[in-house]
Design a protein around this ligand. Structure first.
Ligand code: ATP
Ligand code: MG
Length: 462
């Protein structure tokens, strides 16, 4: 964080110093909302949680090294008391961002935000110090916490921005206005939350672009030319637009010669207005080509040369935490751990990836997709059709609500496919333990609520 006194923090958050707090006390480290993970010298923000309330842990946070507590109720000094701690974190982020020399980059989209943010972090690090969102902390809390991670020498501040509905990104941009906005795609994630369907999702994401600075003031919009709903956002932004595409584009960044290795790594030739360069991603799945192109367009717009970008993309570590993670067991079975989350787009991308990788047998273990509202039945039916057409040897569905729709649709589409419908992941584990053989390739994917990472963990211990 940029160093701030307790008095400055109180002024920025419209709060008051709790008696006994030295106004000149200096806060130098980032903020935290978990008293067990405070940054020594940083702010501890006391918030009500699901199981406990941060206010009860203020003393523990100070004992663990926090310099100052931000609270909505009386707590021991040193502390600043405010009306609303979440709003105060936002105010503090705004205050800090106004004083940061960093270029602020916002990334939104239905799919691939974290992957793209992690790629961008690794590529832009070749140009200067980067601060970025931790994991997917992309909401009204995670966003300010990320801003507070920046230091005076941060050159790029990369913010993952999740839109939970209309007005959400406008709110985040009101706290800290990015100089650069990246819109990856408009898919079907969280469709159930949008009464007006994909039009609503597109409108929610476009809020990142309307608030960008004009081209004259350095505003830059990085847009996906292949997604019509994203392409249609171009007239909404006053910023300069840079395009990326999977097809030749007259003045954008694009990929040619895209192919996927038998182990699933995506390779392509990066074409830029400045020249071409080969890229071999360490990420699994063709769908990451789009994420990599977005990063290439971003980095080019920020002044990196195309050779550096291509080399940095090829060296970038894949995101962890169940996003197409490859786990090779001692007995030669390969697990494709994609259980972090699922929606219709990422399910389709994962099945395509599975179908292009080489293996003795390809097995998909699919759980239910959450948050689709009225679209749930249709989406699970469609997933079954896709699974039947994906060249699988075995399909295992997990769940009792919408999962049977996957199995039924797959059965209707491809009656000779080996389909096993089980109620829960314990039953899936029992089946898999029985049938898995060396060189089998197993995709495991569902929405986060299904917690299939436990199944992955149980299967990995072999
Ligand atoms: P969240 O909204 O949960 O934070 P996210 O947008 O940050 O998600 P990632 O965490 O990068 O997305 O990826 C989530 C899942 O989507 C993974 O299974 C990943 O393989 C898949 N995915 C990533 N990029 C794309 C894409 N461009 N198209 C389809 N699926 C994708
Ligand atoms: Mg994310």
């Amino acid at each position: 964080m940029i160093p701030l006194t307790a008095a400055a923090i109180a002024a920025a958050t419209d709060g008051h110093l709790v008696p006994g707090t030295d106004p000149s006390l200096l806060v130098t480290a980032p903020a935290s909302i978990d008293s067990r993970q405070v940054h020594p010298g940083g702010v501890f923000a006391a918030l009500p949680g699901r199981r406990t309330d941060g206010h009860y842990h203020a003393s523990a946070a100070l004992a663990a090294g926090a310099a100052l507590v931000l609270a909505a109720r009386p707590v021991p000094a040193p502390a600043v008391q405010v009306t609303d701690v979440t709003r105060a974190l936002g105010d503090l982020a705004r205050h800090v961002a106004d004083r940061l020399p960093a270029t602020v980059i916002g990334i939104t989209g239905s799919n691939g935000k974290t992957t793209t943010k992690d790629l961008a972090t690794q590529v832009l690090a070749h140009h200067g110090p980067v601060a970025a969102t931790d994991r997917s902390f992309n909401n009204e809390l995670g966003f300010p916490l990320t801003v507070l991670r920046a230091t005076p020498d941060t050159r790029y501040l990369i913010l993952e921005m999740g839109a939970r509905g209309r007005g959400h990104l406008s709110y985040l941009c009101g706290l800290v206005t990015p100089h650069v906005g990246v819109v990856l795609n408009v898919g079907t994630a969280h469709l159930g939350q949008y009464p007006d369907g994909q039009t609503g999702i597109a409108a929610a994401k476009s809020e990142l672009l309307t608030g960008l600075p004009s081209a004259d003031h350095g505003g830059l919009a990085i847009l996906n030319a292949d997604d019509p709903l994203v392409a249609a956002m171009a007239p909404l932004t006053p910023a300069r637009t840079r395009w990326w595409s999977q097809r030749p584009h007259p003045n954008g960044v694009y990929a040619r010669d895209v192919h996927v290795t038998p182990r699933g790594r995506a390779c392509f030739t990066l074409h830029t207005p400045e020249g071409t360069a080969p890229v071999t991603l360490r990420l699994t799945g063709r769908h990451h080509v789009g994420n990599a192109l977005a990063v290439a367009a971003l980095a080019l717009g920020l002044g990196l040369d195309h050779h550096t970008i291509a080399d940095a993309l090829s060296a970038a570590e894949p995101a962890s935490g169940g996003r197409m993670q490859t786990i090779v067991r001692g007995d030669g079975v390969t697990l494709l751990h994609d259980a972090y989350n699922a929606n219709p787009d990422s399910m389709a991308a994962a099945l395509t990836t599975l179908s292009t990788m080489s293996a003795r047998r390809r097995i998909a273990v699919l759980g239910e997709m959450a948050d689709l509202g009225d679209h749930a039945a249709g989406a699970h039916h469609h997933l079954g059709v896709l699974a039947a057409r994906a060249g699988l040897d075995v399909l295992i569905t997990i769940g009792t609500r919408t999962a049977p729709l996957i199995a039924d649709a797959a059965d209707t589409e491809h009656s000779t496919l080996d389909i096993i419908a089980v109620p829960d992941s314990q039953a899936a584990h029992d089946v898999l333990s029985r049938i898995l053989r060396p060189d089998d390739l197993v995709l495991i994917k569902a929405s986060r609520a299904a917690h299939l990472e436990h199944l992955v963990a149980a299967l990995s211990n072999r």
